[in-house]
Design a protein around this ligand. Structure first.
Ligand SMILES: *Cc1c(COP(=O)(O)O)cnc(C)c1O
Length: 425
């Protein structure tokens, strides 16, 4: 008898392109179909056929407290009883803006939006409006949502499914985007020299996590900061994934580099559809109704979304969530390194706090070109063995794993055993 997941996927494929509402959810290249979720709680997911998994996707990042944490559910319920949307300012928006500005000091003013894509799209428009320039520098393998001008050498699902440069983006748009190798400051300097007075902004994931996970070399972010300041371009950190995840103040807190604009999403919404972008006041005040750059949203600052996000962020602070995430991450790392040492597999494990990635190759991995050398077939075998054993890692080499505060040391231990067996067999 066909599983319920298989039945649902067959129906989904007839009415939804590829059967999914976001390509990263399709298990293409893994030789199997996606499962459908019945429910999730803490670190666990149960599929519609009753199989239980330890989840390391965490709804692709937002679930830093795990699934359905009581504080978030209670906050949503309480907010909903007062109405689910107003299109009129509500007090939650002010609390959220104040919290963001307190935790991320480079942000003096902030606008809420409904997704990470909207956040990066708005940053780019604002940077262009502020500088009165058109060109943007991005980095190969960095993913900034499905914004036209940023779907150039993009990561995440665009990379997984072999479409890093999307169809449907006019060449005239793509031509305004200069894509460079991550960690290559000489290439950035050359681009600034070759396009004098034309570059509005440099946008990057300060810790790239959409082509696997790798890190800025010492001095790279600082050098970008200097080049941007020197040439009058804005530095935009896309912290949709790293914001409130790697530290309370995001990657910019860890690396001590202040961008002009920051894009946020994922953790900020507690699982509801939220994004935000903010930065220096003089730049943010270029937004309508104060300035000439238009940006808007019917559901932006939605009370349920704000309540959920505030509840999650405050709980993370209350329980010192980032310390807990670091401890759990360190536990997983040391177990995986043990396995790699014992089995002698030439793999490379990367981690920052609760984010991690295993590349099936000897390192170093410092950019897209090196990440792409990972053995995809070995990854697929590993992913499938783990999934069959009840451990759900992201279904692509070009994604990052997430641990939540709801993961217990016992679950990490069980995961380590599954990883060990999957690597060894
Ligand atoms: C997920 C992600 C986005 C896009 O956010 P959506 O909410 O999916 O639109 C943008 N940038 C980064 C770094 C991301 O990880």
């Amino acid at each position: 008898m066909a599983s319920r997941s298989a039945e649902l996927f067959a129906r989904a494929q007839r009415r939804i392109p590829g059967g999914v509402n976001s390509p990263v959810r399709a298990f293409r290249g893994l030789g199997r179909e996606p499962f459908f979720v019945e429910r999730a709680a803490g670190a666990n997911i149960w599929d519609v056929d009753g199989k239980e998994y330890i989840d390391y996707v965490g709804t692709w990042g937002p679930a830093s407290l795990g699934h359905a944490p009581a504080v978030v559910i209670d906050a949503i319920r309480a907010a909903a009883e007062h109405g689910v949307s107003f299109g009129i300012p509500n007090p939650y928006e002010v609390e959220m803006a104040e919290l963001i500005c307190r935790w991320v000091p480079s942000i003096q003013k902030v606008r809420m939006v409904n997704s990470g894509t909207e956040a990066t799209m708005s940053c780019v428009r604002l940077a262009r409006g502020f500088t009165k320039r058109d060109k943007i520098i991005k980095f190969e393998g960095c993913y900034h949502g499905h914004v036209d001008s940023l779907l150039v050498h993009a990561g995440s699902g665009a990379l997984t499914h072999g479409q890093p440069d999307s169809a449907g983006v006019p060449a005239e748009f793509a031509d305004l985007t200069i894509a460079l190798p991550f960690n290559d400051i000489d290439a950035v300097r050359a681009a600034f020299r070759e396009n004098p007075g034309e570059i509005a902004a440099v946008i990057l994931e300060p810790v790239p996590a959409n082509a696997g996970l790798y890190f800025p070399k010492p001095g790279f972010l600082e050098a970008l900061r200097r080049e941007c300041t020197m040439y009058g371009a804005l530095l935009i950190f896309d912290e949709v994934m790293t914001g409130f995840r790697v530290a309370r103040g995001g990657a910019q807190e860890i690396y001590r580099v202040q961008p002009d604009l920051t894009a946020l999403g994922k953790v900020i919404g507690g699982g509801l559809p939220v994004g935000a972008f903010g930065g220096r006041e003089e730049i943010m005040d270029q937004l309508s109704p104060l300035g000439p750059v238009y940006q808007a949203g019917t559901l932006s600052g939605n009370p349920l979304a704000m309540a959920a996000g505030l509840a999650q962020l405050r709980e993370l602070e209350r329980i010192d969530g980032w310390k807990k995430l670091e401890e759990l991450g360190a536990q997983l790392e040391s177990a995986v390194q043990d396995s790699l040492g014992r089995t002698g597999i030439g793999a490379t494990f990367h981690r920052i706090g609760s984010m991690f990635c295993l590349f099936f190759m000897a390192g170093p991995v410092t950019d897209l070109a090196s990440a792409k050398r990972s053995d995809q077939e070995q990854f697929a075998r590993f992913f499938n063995r783990c999934l069959d054993a009840g451990v759900y890692f992201a279904p692509s080499q070009f994604e990052t794993g997430f641990i939540s505060t709801a993961h217990t040391p016992q679950q990490i231990e069980r995961t380590a055993r599954v990883v060990d067996a999957s690597l060894s067999s």
